[in-house]
Design a protein. Structure first.
Length: 128
């Protein structure tokens, strides 16, 4: 059974793939090694003001799917909604209605997955 990825496991895996030690990486991102170690071990939440610096140092490209995953994992660690999702909810009044409908209709994860695949298929794109 595959374990769910956490922010701390993501950090450690990416840092090790780059061949960097904890202290060396902490220096790169201008953090105290003990604080960075606590973030990577999951005992401290990720600092919002350092997320982009950490992502960049790990080679995670802003705007990529990997970056979205990085930010989602960081937000989940803090039991928060990712900033881009919060902006999306605020910018489109139909998003809260859609989310409430999903909850009210008790849509199961498998059905949500199919809905996402259907949307990604391009079927709903505006024809030019």
């Amino acid at each position: 059974m595959e374990r769910e990825q956490t922010f701390s496991s993501f950090l450690k895996e990416k840092r090790l793939k780059k061949g960097l030690g904890l202290r060396e990486f902490a220096r790169i991102v201008k953090m105290q090694p003990s604080n960075y170690c606590s973030i990577e071990s999951g005992s401290l939440p990720p600092p919002k003001d350092k997320l982009d610096v950490i992502a960049s140092a790990l080679g995670v490209i802003k705007g990529s799917q990997e970056y979205r995953n990085f930010m989602d994992l960081a937000a989940k660690t803090k039991d928060e909604i990712p900033e881009d999702i919060a902006r999306l909810i605020k910018s489109n009044s139909l998003i809260p209605a859609m989310l409430r409908t999903i909850e009210d209709q008790e849509i199961k994860p498998l059905h949500l997955k199919h809905l996402i695949e259907d949307i990604r298929s391009g079927r709903y794109k505006k024809k030019t």
